[in-house]
Design a protein around this ligand. Structure first.
Ligand code: GLN
Length: 536
């Protein structure tokens, strides 16, 4: 381990979705404000090597890091709340652990030995605690799943071993648990937490801090009871009440003294944090000057987590404009069967329309209809990745008159494949981890809308796609009014296009949402929301 790093392990009990990821991120934010550097590791107990091939409806969005890793969406929370730069090594699934161990076994690294969960798997897990968090003061390591799951056992065992090897002041365990309020009894119940802590202790881990999720603040008698039964100091038990916004968590935890207690347990000297920027965001959330209606037209709208970074980036764009973003989730497939009047009824009240990324043909014609409506009715339109590709198809069909225009992802033999595969992608057989992934430089053309919005000539944005704009058709599209305002450094790949005769029509092949923060909204999202407010 790097000599000065201290470790905070975050586990969850009773049920999933208690906000472990947000809690870890909010703790990171507070520790950063105390002048400490932080980084994170997310451990996921499933067997997929990474979430890249999973349907977002199963597991929420895939978060793409700078170095092109397809990771769990909690890494998005970590990056939004802090300045941590996460990479491949900051997300580790059971699949990756086993993959690494089996690769070593085939290579002969364990010749003569029997390869076992303990110590080989648990050693490999421990190597990830250190790999992703070198050179930072505090490593925050979150274990996915719930204590008691069969799958998370090796991870918890690895934590136990790791803790046993280190000094008490270097490693602490935070357990996020549920303290439900039972209406008929008018009481908050500690039993589920008692059981969950008991399960953790059975494995050999004694939590140092409890974060108690519930509808209400934690009353003192409940805190006392939890302390007694869970063997945790009373002043180490904190409330984690449901909040109107995740961005209220840092100040909420700070007011209870959580960050101070953590630094005391880890015996680190640090300054008092200045939480002004979070308070400012809380003020806007509670009392915004403006409100805008934004439509998100996608096919994964049934699980909002599928668009996590996007939704957050829209919120950030709102904060930059002192506005609340009212999001309307519209299933693109449902738009396909609407009459023109019904379509207008649905989309006319919107101040802006965002068409996000996606895979597969389902719902694409609905996206094209929404884009056409936005273009013709001058409603601000933001197209991202597949949304951008469909916007180009829409323009090709309805302005250039190429009725059969499409992406070759959906119609392989269209005469006008405005979006297609480059040769390099044509020969790829493995679907996992082989898209164009991660950060690439993009050059912005002078005198364009994006050049003005970014205020610079060169930007770096993250990608996750296989298909590209067809260069053969670029001249004809340009002649028909499209401005290709951003390209790869050598000009060979289209990164952005925009329309001039429209108040705000910007489409990007990359995913700008991955780099937006509540305290620093991404310029495109801030500008899109400003245009939407202007539209009202
Ligand atoms: N399916 C498209 C491609 O692979 C778009 C991907 C996306 O929207 N992330 O190019």
């Amino acid at each position: 381990m790097s000599h000065s790093t201290k470790y905070i392990f975050v586990t969850g009990g009773v049920i999933s979705s208690l906000g472990k990821g947000i809690s870890a991120a909010a703790i990171g934010a507070l520790l950063e404000l105390r002048g400490l550097s932080v980084n994170f590791v997310k451990l996921d107990p499933y067997i997929n090597v990474d979430p890249g091939t999973m349907n977002p409806l199963q597991h929420g969005e895939v978060y793409v890091t700078e170095d092109g890793a397809e990771t769990d969406m909690d890494l998005g929370h970590y990056e939004r709340f802090t300045h941590a730069q996460t990479r491949q090594a900051n997300n580790c699934t059971a699949g990756r652990i086993y993959h690494n161990v089996i690769t070593k076994e085939r290579h002969g690294d364990y010749l003569g030995g029997t390869v076992q969960v303990i110590p080989h798997i648990t050693d490999e897990i421990q190597s990830f605690f250190v790999k992703g968090t070198q050179n930072c003061d505090i490593a925050i390591i979150e274990v996915g799943g719930t204590v008691g799951d069969i799958e998370s056992l090796p991870f918890l065992e690895a934590i136990r071993q790791f803790k046993a090897k280190h000094s008490r002041d270097d490693v602490i365990n935070i357990h996020v648990t549920l303290v439900p309020y039972i209406k008929t009894a008018d009481e908050m119940k500690t039993k589920p937490s008692q059981h969950s802590v008991a399960a953790l202790r059975e494995i050999g881990i004694q939590p140092d801090i409890l974060l108690c999720r519930g509808e209400r603040d934690l009353p003192n008698d409940i805190r006392k009871k939890l302390a007694l039964f869970c063997n945790v100091r009373e002043d180490c038990i904190f409330g984690a009440k449901d909040m109107p916004s995740i961005y209220m968590m840092p100040t909420y935890f700070h007011e209870q003294g959580l960050d101070e207690r953590i630094t005391e347990l880890l015996k680190i000297w640090s300054r008092e944090p200045d939480t002004t920027q979070w308070e400012h965001i809380c003020d806007i959330i509670k009392n915004p000057k403006n409100e805008v209606d934004i439509a998100l037209v996608g096919k994964y709208v049934k699980l909002k987590e599928s668009y996590k970074s996007l939704i957050e980036a829209l919120n950030h764009g709102g904060y930059a404009n002192d506005a609340r973003v009212k999001l309307h989730y519209i299933d693109s497939e449902e738009l396909e069967s609407l009459s023109d009047d019904e379509l207008a009824d649905t989309l006319k009240p919107m101040n802006g329309i965002l068409v996000p990324g996606g895979f597969g043909v389902r719902g694409t014609e609905g996206k094209i209809r929404a884009i056409q409506f936005a273009r013709e009715h001058k409603i601000p339109l933001f197209g991202i990745c597949l949304g951008m590709q469909m916007a180009l198809v829409e323009y090709a069909r309805h302005v250039c008159g190429w009725n059969d225009a499409n992406s070759s992802e959906f119609v392989p033999d269209s005469l006008h494949p405005v979006i297609h595969l480059l040769d390099a992608q044509k020969n790829i057989e493995n679907k996992g981890g082989t898209m164009r992934l991660g950060a690439y430089l993009c050059k912005l053309s002078d005198n364009t809308h994006v050049r003005e919005i970014y205020g610079k000539r060169e930007i770096s944005e993250r990608h996750r796609h296989r298909y590209e704009v067809n260069n053969d058709l670029r001249p004809a599209l340009e002649a028909a009014g499209i401005t290709f305002s951003g390209t790869s450094a050598d000009g060979s790949l289209v990164e952005i296009f925009e329309l001039n005769d429209h108040p705000w029509f910007i489409c990007t092949q990359f995913h700008p949402e991955y780099q937006s923060k509540p305290t620093a909204a991404h310029p495109l999202f801030a500008s899109f929301i400003a245009a939407a407010i202007h539209q009202k």
